[in-house]
Design a protein around this ligand. Sequence first.
Ligand code: ADP
Ligand code: ZN
Ligand code: ZN
Length: 728
Amino acid sequence: MPIIRVALNVPVDTLFDYQAEDASQHDIGLRACVPFGKKQVTGIILAVSDETQIPVEKLKSAYCIFREIKPLPAALLDLFHFCSQYYHHPLGMVIMNGLPVKLRNNKPVSLKRKPHQYQYSLTSAGKNVELTQIPARNRVARRLLNEFQQAVTLTNPQIKHISPRAEKLLQDWIQLGWITSELCSASTAARVAKTPVLTAEQEIAVNAITAGGKQFNTWLLHGVTGSGKTEVYLRIIESVLAQGRQALVLIPEISLTPQLEGVFRGRFSNVPLVSLHSGLNDTERLTGWLQAESGEAKIILGTRLAVFTPLSDLGVIIVDEEQDSSFKQQDGLRYSARDLAIFRARQNAIPVILGSATPSLESYYNALTNRYRHIRLLSRAVQNATLPLIQCIDTRIHKNQEGLSDPLIQALNQCLQEKHQSLIFINRRGYAPVLLCKSCGWTAPCQRCSSRLVVHLRDKKLRCHHCGHQEQFPRACPQCGNQDIAPFGQGTQRVEETLTAHFPAARILRIDRDSTRRKHAWQEILHAVHTHQVDILIGTQLLSKGHDFPNLSLVGILNADGALYSTDFRASERLFAQLMQVAGRAGRANVAGHVLIQTEFPDHPLYQALQRHDYDALAQTLLAERKIAGFPPYVYQALLRAEAHHIKTVLDFLAQAAQLARPPQAVELFDPVPAHMSRLKGLERAHLLVQSSSRKHLHTFLTGWYAKITTLPSQKVRWVLDVDPLEF
Ligand code: ADP
Ligand code: ZN
Ligand code: ZN
């Protein structure tokens, strides 16, 4: 009887054999439901054979093989294999991590046939309707009409995207004779939104990449903020679509999706696009995944997990904001979607484009050493838009009142008078307000993590931003009984209060995790900003990414200094990237931009380089430092991370693991140390660093070492290898 060899979602790097009478070689890549211990689980068939090492009496039979969808394509299985080998993570777990939840269940998936897609446009009667005829309180109707007036045609998903209620309105409007519909033809790449003439720099970039043709190349598209990298992506995608192939676009954050999705849908309105982000439910994700797999979806836009989407005819991969740390998964399988994207591009012999204004030092170094091809965009795309003027406010001279210095208040005032928008950016690291007892210095700690609880003034709660634990404000200091305990440090809410006091008439909008949690919250915020219903925006890193705010002229940056003297060797690189990005929000269209950084260290090389917009100067300085110190990109690193309830258990485990290691000369093994966040969610954490200037030596060593570590007794310890770690 045939034996199927199945990869299961269990922390053991082996395949499991089962009898399956109806199995054949064609079933490789299909899902099988099998008994595992006392449970019933679903895995992927990776081999079908006549033989097995398992004694017959122990061999179990599979319950069933699911055949309702096609097997996973071989190329996707190759990607999973590579991922498992490179990150030293069990193959079954890698595969299951990469599949939609619906495919991990012990059930066949049921597929509803998709209704035909229609596209809708205004009739001449519809064109006569004015926005003002619709009552202002009818917001969805106003938006729908507005979208029709701008986009000319809309499809069902676009309409649904505006609001679920828009679909109902659409039917009413069809009845009223305002709207006509016609069936979409899926293949034509009709360009609807206005296409700008490329700038000279953009044209060089597009030509170079398209001339590179259908072969593997990693392109570093290194363009200052506002240089029009998106337009370069659009042109490349257009040529890929013209060949009937698919484009995979990876982006860092969910908050970026609506805007970019809008741009793509506007430009390629008839091209089927799926957007795979964490806001989807399981059915939506599966549907998108299947459309990508069948080749029906031509543009796939998604966050890091989308790198595992099966694509039948991939023509290009784009990784926007390639330096963003959210491309690296920070738990379980710690993969880098950017690095896997490069593997996929090589596998498919296609170009991959890494876009950034401030590339990671790894990518920059690869460009300098000609492993990547470097394309620069040095000027802004919009005519007359210049780079913003960046200046420091020395807070040793200009004292803060409630976190805001006089020059910044004055600048805000002027900006308000000129009816321009401004943005106050608060560097969140180390800046969240904590509850402090002024008499004994007590601050409210999280019981489960080595972190302080963050004050949430609005609902009078203390919350841990690592584990989510929350509690009430204490009435008095638990340590000394003092009743005068008050929030210390400027969170977004404190700054909002200070600004409201200074500018009572200004319309102030605070953006943070709390205010963006709701569905559609981002779209509403962006809409409010674009239609100038906001004068001053307050926000954290969420705001720094990729948004285009045409009327923004002033950016104030608070509390960036902390990162200058961090123990994390990547802190400067990150701070620079982040500040460049925030600064890039200012002065994009016809408004000149001005950036004011409050700092105690205005002479620091990082701020000096920032004021000159000189990425290269800073990057060279940092690279020189890294070379001397023996840090990436000059070495390759891996961490053995472990956690347990008691620190002794963790350190003992790491010490045992170190004993098992027989590193060759080229590989350096360090002593176990507690992690930066040494306590998280009630667990003690520590790690052990391994590094080598040779990636090959490092990985050969890791493979052997990994196998030995798995033999250690580790019931009480959770451990994982983190290859190319970003956090310590
Ligand atoms: P980046 O992503 O490089 O920061 P964007 O792609 O957001 O920059 O482009 C910045 C602005 O320039 C956008 O408003 C975009 O519409 C505009 N833009 C891009 N290319 C052109 C062009 N060739 N001509 C005119 N405007 C352009
Ligand atoms: Zn106290
Ligand atoms: Zn906590």
